[in-house]
Design a protein. Structure first.
Length: 499
């Protein structure tokens, strides 16, 4: 008679065989799924393989990524040499072995300078880059700022022969991220609409930890010349004629007219607080022009928020890149789905001004006919503080319906200030910024840059070989170093896509 122990031992080989078969099946399944994922992503990473068909993105430095971007036009792309004397071997390991992840994005996503020929100016602050350095798990990833220096270099200027190229050091903020304002070239020198910024992280001893790149999409001015000849002075003349100002006289005396010296914007919607002061620039400009740009849909937006890269005197000589370059555009979602058509967009801005006691706002509203929503149902909003809320469509419970998805009149809360904006938000743990994983506003991953297709996708391609948000397709290992069972950052709605 066999003992219980001997019976147990006889079952061991069978169990081992079963486990081996299961592992082989799972390995085959992983291979098949990953092959399908690569095929499904071919549109985003095509042209990035070596001539022999082998992947050329194995290194974890932006030089390997930038050097293999397929240029669709003459957009200058900086080349970073993996053998640079300043590079550490740890920076250039394969992504699977890298100790750190450095991800950066433009805070604005799209930046328009505002001084046509130095006649008037909106006096906008310089665009900013936000970056986070993550030390990968296991056991768990960790944000790193202590004893770390992150520098930036304007690679686009370097490519044009500026020596030395503009560079600087990023500031550590809240022991969580790094931030820097980037001084851009003057308006007449801004031939490149996509300024590439190289970022390098090093420890206190100067040893390189990580290197990456981000894009600042820029346009030298607004589309005033579409309607106004000699746009700078013509706008001052129109202002003098309609508002009784003396801007042309002041300009002739050598003064650059600062619009925000009067149009300083709302800080509160308390009734009467802004009575007698100028409306915000956004409310004034949209409110004035809405009657002239009615029934134009997204084309009204593009009249002023000009497409990037167009030559002023020869608009057909250069391609016309897109204002919004991400997958929303690919799926037919234009400006108006989030910001509203020109008429409704202007009315929401003006309503906040009227509620704050601005009587000129009421007069401007009377000249505008709402298109898709009665004014009574609109919530007035503060520009640059209350913007369309991503969670209006992305509620983490179901994927948005492309036919009906809209964020108009669903603004980020005024009480949260700029902290409620997508570019400033963090995950449910209040640690990882949305832009770290998803990219810049108007260029969230996967983005298609019209001059160099994957230029806006450098960080995710660099670290996970995929033009998609960090961690897409259960790729949590890009930061965690291992698979994860659930997301602590925010709930996930998985359907196998790259978004």
């Amino acid at each position: 008679m066999n003992s219980p122990d001997s019976s147990h031992l006889r079952g061991v080989p069978a169990l081992a065989a079963w486990v081996t078969a299961l592992l082989l099946f799972l390995a085959s399944l992983v291979w098949l799924v990953s092959s399908g994922m690569r095929a499904g992503n071919a549109d985003f990473i095509s042209g990035m393989n070596g001539q022999d068909g082998t992947a050329s993105l194995g290194q974890n430095d932006p030089g390997a990524v930038l050097g293999n971007l397929r240029a669709q036009d003459a957009a200058p792309v900086p080349v970073l040499s993996p053998s640079s004397s300043s590079a550490s071997s740890s920076v250039h390991k394969d992504a699977a072995e890298s100790e750190y992840v450095l991800s950066a994005a433009g805070l604005q996503g799209f930046y328009q300078s505002s001084a046509p020929d130095d006649v008037w100016t909106l006096d906008y602050a310089e665009p900013q880059i936000i970056a986070q350095l993550i030390r990968r798990g296991p056991p768990f990833p960790r944000l790193v700022t202590e004893n770390v220096t992150v520098t930036w270099e304007l690679a686009s200027a370097k490519e044009r022969g500026h020596s030395p190229a503009p560079r600087g050091r990023m500031l550590s903020v809240e022991d969580s991220w790094f931030q820097a304002s980037i001084p851009l070239p003057g308006r007449r020198e801004m031939s490149d609409p996509y300024q590439v910024v190289i970022l390098r992280a090093m420890d206190k001893d100067g040893t390189p930890l990580a290197e990456s790149a981000a894009v600042l999409a820029t346009a030298p001015g607004f589309g005033c010349a579409h309607c106004h000849d000699n746009a700078g002075e013509a706008i001052l003349e129109a202002h003098d004629r309609h508002q009784g100002t003396r801007f042309l006289e002041r300009y002739a005396g050598g003064e650059i007219v600062a619009c925000r010296s009067c149009h300083d914007g709302l800080t509160s919607t308390d009734k009467g607080e802004k009575a007698g002061r100028g409306m915000s620039v956004s409310a004034a400009l949209h409110g004035w022009h809405a009657p002239y740009l009615t029934d134009m849909g997204a084309n009204a937006c593009m009249t002023c928020h000009i497409a990037l890269g167009r030559a002023e005197k020869a608009p057909d000589e250069q391609p016309r890149p897109l204002f919004a370059r991400d997958f929303h555009t690919e799926r037919g979602i234009d400006c108006t789905r989030c910001h509203g058509v020109m008429e409704d967009h202007a009315l929401a801005l003006l309503k906040a001004e009227r509620e704050a006691g601005q009587m000129p706002a009421a007069a401007a509203m009377a000249a505008i006919k709402p298109r898709f929503m009665p004014v009574a149902d609109m919530d007035g909003r503060l520009p640059w503080i209350q913007e369309p809320d991503c969670t209006s469509c992305h509620d983490f419970m179901a994927r948005p319906d492309l036919r009906t998805a809209s964020a108009f009149n669903r603004w980020t809360p005024a009480a949260e200030g700029v902290g409620g904006l997508y570019a400033e938000r963090r995950d449910d743990m209040l640690m990882v910024r949305c832009t770290t994983c998803h990219g810049a506003p108007h260029a969230v991953y996967p983005a298609r840059n019209p001059l160099t297709e994957n230029l806006d996708n450098i960080p995710p391609i660099q670290y996970q070989h995929l033009a998609a948000p960090f961690g897409s397709r259960k790729n949590c290992a890009v930061c965690h170093g291992r698979a994860m069972e659930y997301s602590a950052h925010h709930p996930l709605v998985e359907d196998g896509t790259a978004n």
